[in-house]
Design a protein around this ligand. Structure first.
Ligand SMILES: *Cc1c(COP(=O)(O)O)cnc(C)c1O
Length: 479
Protein backbone atom coordinates (compact mmCIF):
# COMPACT_ATOMS: atom_id res chain seq x y z
CA UNK A 1 0.00 0.00 0.00
CA UNK A 2 3.01 2.28 -0.43
CA UNK A 3 2.16 5.77 -1.58
CA UNK A 4 -1.42 5.65 -0.37
CA UNK A 5 -2.08 8.60 1.91
CA UNK A 6 -4.31 8.66 4.96
CA UNK A 7 -4.18 7.80 8.63
CA UNK A 8 -4.14 4.02 8.23
CA UNK A 9 -1.24 3.87 5.82
CA UNK A 10 0.83 6.78 7.08
CA UNK A 11 3.08 4.47 9.08
CA UNK A 12 2.72 1.47 6.80
CA UNK A 13 6.09 -0.11 7.46
CA UNK A 14 8.38 0.51 10.42
CA UNK A 15 12.07 -0.21 10.16
CA UNK A 16 14.41 -0.57 13.12
CA UNK A 17 18.08 0.42 13.17
CA UNK A 18 20.86 -0.39 15.63
CA UNK A 19 22.34 2.26 17.95
CA UNK A 20 25.78 1.12 16.77
CA UNK A 21 25.04 1.66 13.12
CA UNK A 22 26.24 -1.52 11.44
CA UNK A 23 23.67 -4.31 12.08
CA UNK A 24 21.07 -4.75 9.31
CA UNK A 25 17.73 -2.95 9.71
CA UNK A 26 14.86 -5.23 10.78
CA UNK A 27 11.09 -5.04 10.87
CA UNK A 28 9.05 -5.29 14.08
CA UNK A 29 8.83 -9.08 14.01
CA UNK A 30 12.59 -9.24 13.53
CA UNK A 31 13.44 -6.98 16.49
CA UNK A 32 10.97 -8.74 18.76
CA UNK A 33 12.65 -12.11 18.22
CA UNK A 34 16.24 -10.76 18.01
CA UNK A 35 16.68 -8.83 21.26
CA UNK A 36 20.22 -7.43 20.97
CA UNK A 37 21.47 -6.28 17.53
CA UNK A 38 24.32 -8.23 15.92
CA UNK A 39 26.74 -5.28 16.31
CA UNK A 40 26.14 -5.17 20.08
CA UNK A 41 23.73 -2.22 19.81
CA UNK A 42 20.04 -1.85 20.59
CA UNK A 43 17.27 -1.42 18.07
CA UNK A 44 15.22 1.76 17.68
CA UNK A 45 12.66 2.85 15.08
CA UNK A 46 14.32 4.61 12.14
CA UNK A 47 12.06 7.58 12.83
CA UNK A 48 9.51 8.44 15.49
CA UNK A 49 5.85 8.40 14.50
CA UNK A 50 4.34 11.81 15.38
CA UNK A 51 0.77 12.34 16.53
CA UNK A 52 -0.82 15.75 16.00
CA UNK A 53 -2.58 17.51 18.88
CA UNK A 54 -5.93 16.59 17.35
CA UNK A 55 -4.91 12.95 17.09
CA UNK A 56 -3.84 12.93 20.73
CA UNK A 57 -7.06 14.63 21.84
CA UNK A 58 -9.05 11.95 20.01
CA UNK A 59 -7.48 9.25 22.21
CA UNK A 60 -9.14 10.53 25.40
CA UNK A 61 -11.49 8.12 27.11
CA UNK A 62 -10.56 4.98 25.17
CA UNK A 63 -10.43 1.69 27.10
CA UNK A 64 -6.80 0.76 27.85
CA UNK A 65 -6.47 -2.11 25.30
CA UNK A 66 -7.88 0.11 22.52
CA UNK A 67 -5.53 2.96 23.47
CA UNK A 68 -2.63 0.49 23.57
CA UNK A 69 -3.36 -0.78 20.07
CA UNK A 70 -3.64 2.80 18.70
CA UNK A 71 -0.34 3.92 20.26
CA UNK A 72 1.55 0.79 19.17
CA UNK A 73 0.13 0.47 15.65
CA UNK A 74 2.77 2.65 13.94
CA UNK A 75 5.56 0.62 15.60
CA UNK A 76 4.28 -2.80 14.51
CA UNK A 77 3.48 -1.64 10.97
CA UNK A 78 4.12 -4.39 8.44
CA UNK A 79 4.15 -7.17 11.09
CA UNK A 80 0.64 -7.12 12.62
CA UNK A 81 -2.72 -5.90 11.35
CA UNK A 82 -4.66 -3.40 13.49
CA UNK A 83 -7.27 -6.06 14.32
CA UNK A 84 -4.72 -8.63 15.37
CA UNK A 85 -2.84 -6.12 17.52
CA UNK A 86 -6.06 -5.12 19.26
CA UNK A 87 -6.92 -8.77 19.93
CA UNK A 88 -3.50 -9.34 21.53
CA UNK A 89 -3.85 -6.19 23.68
CA UNK A 90 -7.29 -7.30 24.84
CA UNK A 91 -5.92 -10.69 25.84
CA UNK A 92 -2.81 -9.29 27.59
CA UNK A 93 -4.59 -6.53 29.53
CA UNK A 94 -7.66 -8.63 30.27
CA UNK A 95 -5.49 -10.43 32.81
CA UNK A 96 -5.04 -7.31 34.94
CA UNK A 97 -6.95 -7.01 38.20
CA UNK A 98 -8.07 -3.38 37.61
CA UNK A 99 -10.38 -2.24 34.79
CA UNK A 100 -8.26 0.84 34.16
CA UNK A 101 -5.19 -1.48 33.93
CA UNK A 102 -2.90 1.37 35.15
CA UNK A 103 -5.08 3.51 37.46
CA UNK A 104 -4.09 6.96 38.78
CA UNK A 105 -4.33 7.61 42.53
CA UNK A 106 -4.08 11.07 44.08
CA UNK A 107 -1.70 11.70 47.02
CA UNK A 108 -2.16 15.47 47.46
CA UNK A 109 -2.78 18.60 45.33
CA UNK A 110 0.36 18.03 43.35
CA UNK A 111 1.37 14.40 43.58
CA UNK A 112 -0.19 11.35 41.99
CA UNK A 113 0.68 7.67 41.68
CA UNK A 114 0.30 5.70 38.47
CA UNK A 115 -0.25 2.14 39.71
CA UNK A 116 1.49 -0.24 37.33
CA UNK A 117 1.31 -3.31 39.57
CA UNK A 118 -2.14 -4.78 38.89
CA UNK A 119 -0.80 -7.54 36.65
CA UNK A 120 -0.51 -11.24 37.54
CA UNK A 121 2.85 -10.98 39.37
CA UNK A 122 2.34 -7.55 41.03
CA UNK A 123 5.28 -5.91 39.21
CA UNK A 124 5.16 -3.26 36.49
CA UNK A 125 7.08 -5.63 34.23
CA UNK A 126 3.81 -7.49 33.64
CA UNK A 127 2.53 -4.57 31.53
CA UNK A 128 5.13 -5.26 28.86
CA UNK A 129 5.83 -8.96 29.37
CA UNK A 130 2.20 -10.11 29.17
CA UNK A 131 2.10 -8.66 25.67
CA UNK A 132 5.59 -9.90 24.77
CA UNK A 133 4.61 -13.50 25.57
CA UNK A 134 1.73 -13.22 23.11
CA UNK A 135 3.92 -11.60 20.46
CA UNK A 136 6.42 -14.46 20.71
CA UNK A 137 3.63 -16.99 20.26
CA UNK A 138 2.18 -15.06 17.32
CA UNK A 139 5.44 -14.68 15.39
CA UNK A 140 6.76 -18.18 16.14
CA UNK A 141 3.43 -19.68 15.13
CA UNK A 142 3.73 -18.08 11.69
CA UNK A 143 7.25 -19.28 11.05
CA UNK A 144 6.83 -22.61 12.80
CA UNK A 145 9.93 -21.58 14.77
CA UNK A 146 10.98 -22.20 18.36
CA UNK A 147 12.48 -19.90 20.96
CA UNK A 148 14.38 -20.98 24.08
CA UNK A 149 14.50 -18.12 26.56
CA UNK A 150 17.29 -18.19 29.11
CA UNK A 151 17.48 -15.60 31.85
CA UNK A 152 18.74 -14.87 35.33
CA UNK A 153 16.70 -13.07 37.95
CA UNK A 154 17.12 -11.53 41.35
CA UNK A 155 13.35 -11.73 41.77
CA UNK A 156 10.84 -9.64 39.84
CA UNK A 157 11.77 -10.15 36.19
CA UNK A 158 11.79 -13.93 36.55
CA UNK A 159 8.24 -14.25 37.81
CA UNK A 160 6.83 -11.75 35.29
CA UNK A 161 8.61 -13.49 32.38
CA UNK A 162 7.54 -16.97 33.51
CA UNK A 163 3.93 -15.93 33.88
CA UNK A 164 4.02 -14.33 30.43
CA UNK A 165 5.26 -17.42 28.55
CA UNK A 166 3.79 -20.27 30.64
CA UNK A 167 1.84 -22.60 28.33
CA UNK A 168 2.54 -20.53 25.19
CA UNK A 169 3.24 -22.38 21.93
CA UNK A 170 6.72 -22.41 20.42
CA UNK A 171 8.50 -20.86 23.38
CA UNK A 172 10.10 -22.27 26.55
CA UNK A 173 11.89 -20.57 29.40
CA UNK A 174 14.85 -21.52 31.61
CA UNK A 175 15.10 -19.10 34.55
CA UNK A 176 18.08 -19.14 36.91
CA UNK A 177 17.83 -17.68 40.38
CA UNK A 178 20.38 -17.64 43.20
CA UNK A 179 19.31 -20.32 45.66
CA UNK A 180 18.07 -18.92 48.98
CA UNK A 181 18.62 -15.30 47.88
CA UNK A 182 15.16 -14.42 46.57
CA UNK A 183 12.20 -13.92 48.91
CA UNK A 184 9.73 -16.78 49.52
CA UNK A 185 7.04 -14.86 47.63
CA UNK A 186 9.33 -14.25 44.67
CA UNK A 187 10.50 -17.87 44.55
CA UNK A 188 6.98 -19.26 44.80
CA UNK A 189 5.74 -16.90 42.08
CA UNK A 190 8.22 -18.68 39.80
CA UNK A 191 8.28 -22.26 41.05
CA UNK A 192 4.53 -22.80 41.43
CA UNK A 193 4.05 -22.29 37.68
CA UNK A 194 3.94 -25.94 36.62
CA UNK A 195 3.52 -25.54 32.83
CA UNK A 196 5.83 -27.97 31.01
CA UNK A 197 7.58 -25.14 29.10
CA UNK A 198 8.76 -23.50 32.35
CA UNK A 199 12.08 -24.59 33.89
CA UNK A 200 13.22 -23.07 37.18
CA UNK A 201 16.83 -23.57 38.19
CA UNK A 202 18.12 -22.59 41.63
CA UNK A 203 21.90 -22.31 41.52
CA UNK A 204 24.43 -22.10 44.30
CA UNK A 205 25.89 -18.59 44.18
CA UNK A 206 24.86 -14.97 43.70
CA UNK A 207 22.69 -13.24 41.11
CA UNK A 208 25.86 -12.05 39.36
CA UNK A 209 27.03 -15.69 39.08
CA UNK A 210 23.68 -16.64 37.53
CA UNK A 211 23.82 -13.73 35.10
CA UNK A 212 27.39 -14.52 34.08
CA UNK A 213 26.27 -18.08 33.25
CA UNK A 214 23.45 -16.81 31.06
CA UNK A 215 25.85 -14.55 29.15
CA UNK A 216 28.17 -17.50 28.66
CA UNK A 217 25.32 -19.63 27.31
CA UNK A 218 24.56 -17.03 24.61
CA UNK A 219 28.23 -17.13 23.55
CA UNK A 220 28.49 -20.96 23.72
CA UNK A 221 28.28 -22.48 20.20
CA UNK A 222 27.27 -25.84 21.70
CA UNK A 223 24.03 -24.16 22.81
CA UNK A 224 23.49 -21.32 20.34
CA UNK A 225 24.10 -23.71 17.43
CA UNK A 226 21.35 -26.13 18.47
CA UNK A 227 18.81 -23.82 20.10
CA UNK A 228 17.31 -20.47 19.12
CA UNK A 229 18.18 -18.62 22.33
CA UNK A 230 16.09 -15.58 23.23
CA UNK A 231 16.06 -12.92 25.95
CA UNK A 232 13.28 -11.13 27.79
CA UNK A 233 15.17 -8.26 29.40
CA UNK A 234 14.42 -4.67 28.50
CA UNK A 235 16.89 -4.53 25.63
CA UNK A 236 13.89 -5.95 23.74
CA UNK A 237 12.21 -3.07 21.89
CA UNK A 238 8.72 -4.58 22.20
CA UNK A 239 8.93 -4.23 25.98
CA UNK A 240 9.67 -0.52 25.80
CA UNK A 241 6.96 0.02 23.20
CA UNK A 242 4.30 -1.48 25.47
CA UNK A 243 5.36 0.89 28.25
CA UNK A 244 4.83 4.02 26.14
CA UNK A 245 1.09 3.44 26.42
CA UNK A 246 0.65 4.26 30.10
CA UNK A 247 2.33 7.65 29.74
CA UNK A 248 -0.39 8.52 27.25
CA UNK A 249 -3.09 6.94 29.44
CA UNK A 250 -2.06 9.10 32.42
CA UNK A 251 -1.50 12.36 30.53
CA UNK A 252 -4.84 12.06 28.73
CA UNK A 253 -6.61 11.88 32.08
CA UNK A 254 -5.03 15.22 33.03
CA UNK A 255 -6.21 16.82 29.81
CA UNK A 256 -3.38 16.23 27.32
CA UNK A 257 -2.61 17.69 24.89
CA UNK A 258 -4.05 20.80 26.56
CA UNK A 259 -2.11 20.33 29.79
CA UNK A 260 1.45 19.24 30.53
CA UNK A 261 2.39 16.54 33.04
CA UNK A 262 5.67 15.57 34.74
CA UNK A 263 6.60 11.97 35.56
CA UNK A 264 8.98 10.61 38.18
CA UNK A 265 10.27 7.14 37.37
CA UNK A 266 12.06 4.69 39.70
CA UNK A 267 14.89 3.70 37.38
CA UNK A 268 17.23 0.75 36.99
CA UNK A 269 17.92 -0.29 33.41
CA UNK A 270 16.43 2.96 32.02
CA UNK A 271 13.72 1.07 30.12
CA UNK A 272 10.67 2.51 31.82
CA UNK A 273 11.78 6.14 31.69
CA UNK A 274 12.97 5.75 28.11
CA UNK A 275 9.41 4.77 27.21
CA UNK A 276 8.39 8.20 28.58
CA UNK A 277 10.95 9.82 26.30
CA UNK A 278 9.42 7.95 23.35
CA UNK A 279 5.96 9.25 24.31
CA UNK A 280 7.38 12.79 24.26
CA UNK A 281 9.02 12.19 20.87
CA UNK A 282 5.63 11.05 19.56
CA UNK A 283 4.20 14.43 20.53
CA UNK A 284 2.78 13.91 24.03
CA UNK A 285 3.35 17.18 25.95
CA UNK A 286 5.55 16.06 28.86
CA UNK A 287 7.00 18.85 30.99
CA UNK A 288 9.73 16.77 32.63
CA UNK A 289 10.89 13.18 33.17
CA UNK A 290 12.59 12.65 36.53
CA UNK A 291 15.04 9.77 36.69
CA UNK A 292 14.93 8.53 40.29
CA UNK A 293 17.81 6.36 41.51
CA UNK A 294 18.83 4.86 44.83
CA UNK A 295 22.46 5.07 46.02
CA UNK A 296 23.45 3.15 42.86
CA UNK A 297 23.36 6.52 41.15
CA UNK A 298 25.34 6.29 37.89
CA UNK A 299 22.39 7.72 35.95
CA UNK A 300 21.99 10.64 38.34
CA UNK A 301 25.69 11.47 37.94
CA UNK A 302 25.48 11.08 34.16
CA UNK A 303 22.49 13.41 33.81
CA UNK A 304 23.69 15.95 36.38
CA UNK A 305 27.41 16.09 35.45
CA UNK A 306 27.93 14.06 32.28
CA UNK A 307 29.97 11.51 34.26
CA UNK A 308 28.96 7.97 33.28
CA UNK A 309 31.23 5.75 35.34
CA UNK A 310 30.28 2.45 36.95
CA UNK A 311 31.24 1.41 40.46
CA UNK A 312 30.28 -1.56 42.62
CA UNK A 313 26.62 -2.36 43.20
CA UNK A 314 25.41 -1.59 46.72
CA UNK A 315 22.45 -3.82 47.77
CA UNK A 316 19.41 -1.77 48.90
CA UNK A 317 15.76 -2.30 49.86
CA UNK A 318 14.87 -1.51 46.22
CA UNK A 319 16.72 -4.41 44.56
CA UNK A 320 15.29 -3.89 41.06
CA UNK A 321 17.18 -0.59 40.96
CA UNK A 322 20.49 -2.03 42.21
CA UNK A 323 22.17 -1.65 38.85
CA UNK A 324 25.37 0.04 37.76
CA UNK A 325 25.24 -0.16 33.98
CA UNK A 326 21.81 0.70 32.53
CA UNK A 327 21.57 -0.96 29.15
CA UNK A 328 18.82 1.26 27.72
CA UNK A 329 20.74 4.47 28.41
CA UNK A 330 22.51 3.76 25.13
CA UNK A 331 19.22 4.36 23.34
CA UNK A 332 19.02 7.89 24.78
CA UNK A 333 22.68 8.62 23.99
CA UNK A 334 22.00 7.60 20.40
CA UNK A 335 18.78 9.51 19.86
CA UNK A 336 19.51 12.64 21.91
CA UNK A 337 23.10 12.76 20.67
CA UNK A 338 22.26 12.99 16.97
CA UNK A 339 21.92 9.32 15.90
CA UNK A 340 25.55 8.80 14.88
CA UNK A 341 25.89 5.00 15.17
CA UNK A 342 29.58 4.84 14.27
CA UNK A 343 30.54 7.46 16.86
CA UNK A 344 28.41 5.80 19.53
CA UNK A 345 29.97 2.39 18.79
CA UNK A 346 33.40 3.96 19.49
CA UNK A 347 32.17 5.64 22.66
CA UNK A 348 30.58 2.41 23.97
CA UNK A 349 33.69 0.39 23.15
CA UNK A 350 35.67 2.83 25.28
CA UNK A 351 33.13 2.48 28.08
CA UNK A 352 33.23 -1.31 27.94
CA UNK A 353 37.02 -1.22 28.27
CA UNK A 354 37.26 1.30 31.14
CA UNK A 355 33.72 1.26 32.64
CA UNK A 356 33.78 5.05 32.43
CA UNK A 357 32.98 7.76 29.88
CA UNK A 358 31.96 11.41 29.48
CA UNK A 359 28.75 12.30 27.70
CA UNK A 360 29.24 14.54 24.65
CA UNK A 361 27.81 18.07 24.74
CA UNK A 362 25.15 17.06 22.23
CA UNK A 363 24.12 14.12 24.42
CA UNK A 364 23.99 16.30 27.54
CA UNK A 365 21.98 19.05 25.87
CA UNK A 366 19.64 16.57 24.22
CA UNK A 367 18.94 14.91 27.56
CA UNK A 368 18.68 18.14 29.56
CA UNK A 369 15.74 19.34 27.49
CA UNK A 370 13.48 16.77 29.12
CA UNK A 371 15.25 14.89 31.92
CA UNK A 372 16.02 15.76 35.53
CA UNK A 373 17.35 13.33 38.12
CA UNK A 374 17.51 12.76 41.85
CA UNK A 375 18.95 10.12 44.16
CA UNK A 376 17.46 8.73 47.36
CA UNK A 377 19.25 6.98 50.22
CA UNK A 378 17.64 4.63 52.75
CA UNK A 379 16.36 7.48 54.97
CA UNK A 380 14.86 9.39 52.02
CA UNK A 381 13.10 6.19 50.98
CA UNK A 382 11.67 5.45 54.44
CA UNK A 383 10.52 9.07 54.76
CA UNK A 384 8.70 8.90 51.44
CA UNK A 385 6.94 5.65 52.47
CA UNK A 386 5.82 7.40 55.68
CA UNK A 387 4.71 10.56 53.85
CA UNK A 388 2.56 8.57 51.42
CA UNK A 389 1.04 6.71 54.36
CA UNK A 390 0.44 9.71 56.65
CA UNK A 391 -0.47 12.34 54.07
CA UNK A 392 -1.72 10.40 51.08
CA UNK A 393 -3.30 7.40 52.79
CA UNK A 394 -1.40 4.99 50.51
CA UNK A 395 1.09 2.23 51.15
CA UNK A 396 3.92 2.31 48.62
CA UNK A 397 6.84 -0.03 48.02
CA UNK A 398 10.53 1.00 48.31
CA UNK A 399 11.00 1.49 44.54
CA UNK A 400 7.94 3.73 44.30
CA UNK A 401 9.14 5.61 47.40
CA UNK A 402 12.39 6.51 45.66
CA UNK A 403 10.33 7.87 42.76
CA UNK A 404 8.16 9.88 45.13
CA UNK A 405 11.21 11.33 46.89
CA UNK A 406 12.57 12.48 43.53
CA UNK A 407 9.16 13.94 42.61
CA UNK A 408 9.11 15.98 45.82
CA UNK A 409 12.46 17.52 44.90
CA UNK A 410 11.00 19.15 41.76
CA UNK A 411 9.93 22.38 43.46
CA UNK A 412 10.83 24.50 40.47
CA UNK A 413 8.12 22.99 38.25
CA UNK A 414 5.27 25.35 37.23
CA UNK A 415 2.51 25.17 39.86
CA UNK A 416 -0.14 23.87 37.47
CA UNK A 417 1.89 20.83 36.38
CA UNK A 418 0.90 17.61 38.19
CA UNK A 419 3.70 15.16 39.04
CA UNK A 420 2.94 11.50 38.51
CA UNK A 421 5.18 8.97 40.26
CA UNK A 422 5.20 5.58 38.60
CA UNK A 423 4.31 2.94 41.22
CA UNK A 424 6.36 0.02 39.95
CA UNK A 425 5.70 -2.73 42.51
CA UNK A 426 2.83 -3.70 44.79
CA UNK A 427 3.72 -2.82 48.41
CA UNK A 428 2.94 -6.40 49.51
CA UNK A 429 5.94 -7.62 47.51
CA UNK A 430 8.18 -5.69 49.90
CA UNK A 431 6.23 -6.10 53.12
CA UNK A 432 9.20 -5.96 55.48
CA UNK A 433 10.43 -2.56 54.28
CA UNK A 434 6.90 -1.12 54.36
CA UNK A 435 6.33 -2.46 57.86
CA UNK A 436 9.63 -1.02 59.10
CA UNK A 437 8.67 2.45 57.86
CA UNK A 438 4.97 2.52 58.82
CA UNK A 439 4.33 -0.27 61.34
CA UNK A 440 1.71 -1.59 58.91
CA UNK A 441 2.16 -4.88 57.05
CA UNK A 442 0.38 -4.90 53.67
CA UNK A 443 -1.49 -8.10 52.77
CA UNK A 444 -0.90 -10.02 49.57
CA UNK A 445 -3.87 -9.58 47.19
CA UNK A 446 -6.22 -12.56 47.06
CA UNK A 447 -5.10 -13.58 43.57
CA UNK A 448 -1.63 -14.47 44.81
CA UNK A 449 -2.63 -15.22 48.40
CA UNK A 450 -2.85 -18.98 47.89
CA UNK A 451 0.76 -19.04 46.69
CA UNK A 452 1.84 -20.77 49.88
CA UNK A 453 -0.50 -23.72 49.35
CA UNK A 454 0.63 -24.51 45.82
CA UNK A 455 3.08 -27.20 44.72
CA UNK A 456 6.59 -26.00 43.76
CA UNK A 457 8.85 -27.37 41.06
CA UNK A 458 12.51 -26.52 40.43
CA UNK A 459 15.88 -28.15 40.13
CA UNK A 460 18.87 -27.22 42.28
CA UNK A 461 22.25 -27.19 40.61
CA UNK A 462 25.80 -26.37 41.72
CA UNK A 463 27.18 -23.02 40.55
CA UNK A 464 29.13 -24.66 37.76
CA UNK A 465 28.66 -23.69 34.15
CA UNK A 466 28.82 -27.25 32.77
CA UNK A 467 26.11 -28.49 35.11
CA UNK A 468 23.74 -25.67 34.20
CA UNK A 469 24.45 -25.64 30.45
CA UNK A 470 24.15 -29.42 30.42
CA UNK A 471 20.77 -29.25 32.10
CA UNK A 472 19.50 -26.71 29.56
CA UNK A 473 20.86 -28.77 26.63
CA UNK A 474 19.19 -31.93 27.97
CA UNK A 475 15.75 -30.35 28.42
CA UNK A 476 15.44 -27.68 25.72
CA UNK A 477 13.82 -28.28 22.32
CA UNK A 478 16.17 -27.81 19.34
CA UNK A 479 15.34 -25.06 16.82
C1 LIG B 1 12.47 -3.33 36.90
C2 LIG B 1 12.00 -2.44 37.99
C3 LIG B 1 12.39 -1.08 38.05
C4 LIG B 1 13.36 -0.46 37.07
O1 LIG B 1 12.84 -0.34 35.77
P1 LIG B 1 13.82 -0.07 34.52
O2 LIG B 1 12.97 -0.16 33.33
O3 LIG B 1 14.84 -1.19 34.58
O4 LIG B 1 14.45 1.26 34.72
C5 LIG B 1 11.86 -0.29 39.06
N1 LIG B 1 11.02 -0.80 39.99
C6 LIG B 1 10.65 -2.10 39.98
C7 LIG B 1 9.76 -2.61 41.03
C8 LIG B 1 11.11 -2.96 38.98
O5 LIG B 1 10.73 -4.25 38.98
Amino acid sequence: MRGVRGAASRFALMEYVSTRGSAPALDFEGVTLAGLAGDGGLYLPREWPRLSRAEIAALAGLPYPVLAARIMQPFVGGSLSADRLLALCEEAYGRFAHDAVTPLVQLDQRHWLLELFHGPTLAFKDVALQLLGLLFEEFLGRKGGRLTIVGATSGDTGSAAIDAVAGREGVEIFMLHPKGRVSDVQRRQMTTVLAPNVHNIAIEGSFDDAQAMVKRMFADPALSGRFALGAVNSINWARLMAQVVYYFAAALQFGAPGRKVAFSVPTGNFGDVFAGYVAARMGLPIERLVVATNVNDILHRALADGDYSAGEVTPTAAPSMDIQVSSNFERLLFDAGGRDGAALAEQMKGFEATRSMRLTNAQRQGAAALFASARADADDMAQAIRWAWDRGGQTIDPHTAIGLHAAQRQQDLPADVPIVTLATAHPAKFRDAVERATGFRPALPARVGELFEREERMVELPGEYDAVAGHVAAHATPR
